[in-house]
Ligand binder design. Structure first.
Ligand code: EPU
Length: 339
C-alpha cells in the first residue's frame, strides 16, 4: 500500500477539476482498506472514499486522505430456473459490469447502461435511468462499518432507497464503506422495460419490435450518447440537480402561469423536470467563463474549457438555483456531492 502525497485528483473526478489531495492511496483488498483507515486515524487525517469520481465536485483541495477503492471481481450463483444472484465488488466499473451481465444474458440492468461510476457507488444514490433504478434488482450490499471495523450486510429495506437517495447519503453518511453489491437478475423471460418514451421511439427507429435485453441496452446507449456529454471528452457529472417534487397546490399555482410545464404526478407530489425549468430560465447552452449548461440537456453542467475550477462550477450552479427560484418559486437541490 503506497501513500502518495500532494496527489493530483484531476484524473479522478469526471468534472476534470484540477485539485489535489494531501494524501492518496489505492486499496485492492478489505485488509488494505482497514490499514488505510487506521493510518488516517493515527495521522488525524479526514478520509474521503472515492469510486469512479463521477458524482462529486471538488471546490477545493482535499486536506486529508483520499482512499480509492479498487476492489475487483464478479461472482454468480444460480438460485432458480430463471434467476441468478450476481455479486460485483465495488471497484468494478458500472457500465462494464452491465455489459458483463448482458454478455451472460442476465436481465434487469440493461436500462442502466452507460451510467458513469463504479458498482460500489450505485446504491449510494440509487442510480436510475429510463424507468429503472437499482433498487428494482438490488438484493443486498456488504459494507465495512467504520466504527466497529466489522463487515455487515444491508438488504434493500435497510438501505432505505428513495429517488437518488439511500441511508448512505443520510443517517449512514461517512459510517460505512460499500464493498460489494448483489443483484437478482433474470436468466430468461426477461422483463423488458421500454415504456420510457425515448427507448420505444429509438427501438422504432431501429425497426425492432420485440427487443432483447441487449437491444434495449443498445437503444439506451444511443440515446445517452446523443444528448449526454461523454465525461472523457467534456468534464461533467451527469445531472447536476435532482428533479424537484412539489406539492399539488404549488404545482397548480405554477401551472396556471406556465400551462405547458411538463409534470409527473406521483402520490401527493408532482415531479417537474429540472432540465425544463433551467432551460426556461435561459440557461441551456449558456457559458460563463469556463462553465456551461450543456446545449442538449440543460440539467448537465459542463467544464466547457477543461479549465474550470470547482468553485466556478459551484457558483454557476448557485446562479441556476437562484434564477429557477426567482422565476418559478421552486428550489432545486444539487444531486452531485460537493466537497
Ligand atoms: N427537459 C427540457 N430541457 C432540457 C432537458 C430536459 O425541457 O434541457 C425536459 C423535457 O421535458 C424532457 C424532460 O425534461 O422530456 C426529461 O428529460 P430527460 O428524459 O433527459 O430526463 P431527466 O429527468 O432530465 C433523468 C435523470 C438522468 C437519466 C434520465 C433518463 C435525474 C436527476 N436525472 O434526467 O440521470 O439519465 O432521467 O432516465 O433524475 C444522472 O443522474 O446523472 C442522470 C443523467
Amino acid at each position: 500500500m503506497k501513500i502518495h502525497e500532494n496527489f493530483s485528483l484531476k484524473n479522478h473526478n469526471t468534472f476534470g477539476v484540477a485539485v489535489s489531495a494531501k494524501c492518496f492511496v489505492e486499496v485492492s483488498s478489505v485488509e488494505e482498506l482497514i490499514e488505510a483507515h487506521q493510518y488516517a486515524k493515527t495521522q488525524s487525517l479526514q478520509t474521503l472514499i472515492l469510486g469512479g469520481g463521477s458524482n462529486i465536485l471538488f471546490t477545493k483541495n482535499f486536506e486529508g486522505l483520499v482512499i480509492q477503492l479498487n476492489l475487483k471481481g464478479i461472482s454468480e450463483e444460480v438460485i432458480s430456473e430463471n434467476e441468478v444472484l450476481v455479486t460485483a465488488k465495488s471497484g468494478e466499473n458500472w457500465h462494464e459490469f452491465v455489459q458483463f451481465c448482458l454478455g451472460e444474458n442476465y436481465g434487469g440492468l440493461e436500462n442502466l447502461s452507460l451510467i458513469p461510476g463504479n458498482v460500489g457507488t450505485s446504491p449510494m444514490q440509487n442510480i436510475g435511468a429510463y424507468g429503472t433504478e437499482i433498487k428494482d434488482t438490488f438484493v443486498s450490499c456488504q459494507v465495512l462499518n467504520l466504527e466497529t471495523l466489522e463487515l455487515e450486510n444491508f438488504d434493500a429495506k435497510k438501505c432505505n432507497f428513495g429517488y437518488r437517495e439511500s441511508i448512505f447519503k443520510r443517517a449512514g453518511k461517512g459510517k460505512y464503506i460499500i464493498l460489494e453489491v448483489t443483484f437478482k437478475l433474470t436468466t430468461k423471460n426477461h422483463q423488458i422495460k421500454t415504456e420510457y418514451g425515448a427507448i420505444s421511439s429509438e427501438l422504432k427507429n431501429l425497426e425492432i419490435e420485440n427487443p432483447t435485453i441487449q437491444e434495449v441496452s443498445k437503444a439506451v446507449i444511443t440515446i445517452r450518447q446523443s444528448k449526454l456529454p461523454d465525461p472523457k471528452v467534456i468534464g461533467n457529472a451527469g445531472s447536476f440537480f435532482k428533479n424537484p417534487s412539489i406539492s399539488r397546490e404549488q404545482f397548480l399555482e405554477v401551472q396556471e402561469k406556465y400551462p405547458e410545464m411538463p409534470n409527473y404526478p406521483n402520490a401527493d407530489l408532482v415531479k417537474i423536470p429540472a432540465g425544463w425549468l433551467i432551460e426556461q430560465c435561459g440557461w441551456k447552452g449558456k457559458q460563463i467563463g469556463n462553465v456551461a449548461s450543456h446545449q442538449l440537456q440543460a440539467l448537465v453542467i459542463i467544464n466547457a474549457t477543461g479549465n474550470a475550477t470547482g468553485k466556478e462550477i459551484f457558483d454557476f450552479s448557485t446562479m441556476i438555483i437562484e434564477s429557477v427560484k426567482e422565476k418559478f418559486g421552486i428550489e432545486l437541490e444539487r444531486e452531485v456531492n460537493i466537497i
